[in-house]
Design a protein around this ligand. Sequence first.
Ligand SMILES: Cc1cc2nc3c(=O)[nH]c(=O)nc-3n(C[C@H](O)[C@H](O)[C@H](O)COP(=O)(O)OP(=O)(O)OC[C@H]3O[C@@H](n4cnc5c(N)ncnc54)[C@H](O)[C@@H]3O)c2cc1C
Length: 384
Amino acid sequence: MDFSLNEQQLELKDLTHQFAAKEMRPVAGEYDEKNEFPVEVMKKAFEVGFLTSGIPVEFGGTGFSTMDNVVVCEELGWGCSGMYTSMMANTLATTPIVLFGTEEQKKEFLTPLTREMSFACFGLTEREAGSDNSMIRTTAVKNGDHYIINGSKTFITNAGIAKLGVIFASTDPSRGARGLSAFIVPMDTPGVSVGKHENKMGHRASNTAEIYLDEVKIPATNLLKREGFGFIIAMKTLDFARPAVGAGAVGLARAAYEEALKYAQNRVQFGKPIASFQYNAFKLAEMITEIEGARLLVYRSAWMLDNNMKASKESAMAKVVATDVAMKVTTEAVQLMGGYGYMKEYPVEKMMRDAKLFQIYEGTNEIQKHVISLEILGSMKNIG
Ligand SMILES: Cc1cc2nc3c(=O)[nH]c(=O)nc-3n(C[C@H](O)[C@H](O)[C@H](O)COP(=O)(O)OP(=O)(O)OC[C@H]3O[C@@H](n4cnc5c(N)ncnc54)[C@H](O)[C@@H]3O)c2cc1C
């Protein structure tokens, strides 16, 4: 078993870290405070290839493997979670096309995203359909050589800036989640409109908004795979996205740990650095141990996906463990830094707010446990 990254991945890690340290960290607090999308940072991220990570090289993208992508995501999460989220929402949105699109669909819809800074969005969630996809009320009705889509999507990352959306709609409401289909929807199609940029607790540099679809007419050729395949497309896409969420959370946890470590070594109380009190030293030891454990789960799930193995359970495990670790480590970092940790002048306050979203989006951590338990009970059933 080889735990080391190859030379190319080490270079990629180093390059991404430099990018995160130079372009993201210094402005992270400012964009968070202003609740503003960081266009200038994104332009540079596009130049380096972070906005097209998931698009294969033959269609003009960076074409990262899942393993390359998690290495990059950890560093981007270290830089700023909100900026990471906008960049990775592009990969989330392009993955259904990469996995299930025809050659024509890939050429038509992926290649333009690689020519200039562009964003895409993944539209699954609705107001009444969060964890429960069977409640999706957006419909797509076939009419000759096109579909008419009506409905709305909520909490969609990049919605307000996207050129393209992959929208999940029901083509057979009587079948619940099994009646879902996935459509590629150019966001400038008449009838598509977007709500206000949401005012969030964290990840404030990422754009989040509602999408409204009113008699949106799109060619039938924009259907991915076939009618009724939408749920499988969503679940397979999330299998690939969850290691990346885990990696972003590991990066965030590492950033908070580094801040806490530095502070604890320098802050003197009772005549000694606070890190010299064993209670605090053990806290730091626990933080780094849990971060490294989470990273191994992330790497394993990415490796399995790159080796064409089914990894629904392992991706869900990586996501739940890494994001819980991020919440715990950022909270502990604030605690270790006392009143200073609570102040906006220090970065851990933002990090603690940012950690929360990792436990909620791309399937809440309760839903990850549901995914894991289905796999366990399935295998128990097989044994029995
Ligand atoms: C900032 C942000 C960005 C997002 N970006 C996107 C995006 O780009 N695209 C997209 O499609 N969606 C996106 N989402 C939506 C996100 O995936 C959903 O918020 C999430 O899946 C939960 O859905 P919900 O908010 O409706 O909560 P609910 O499903 O209503 O859940 C509420 C609570 O009940 C729990 N719960 C629900 N069902 C069960 C169960 N069976 N067992 C145990 N507990 C349960 C949940 O875990 C949660 O704690 C985003 C959300 C946010 C906040």
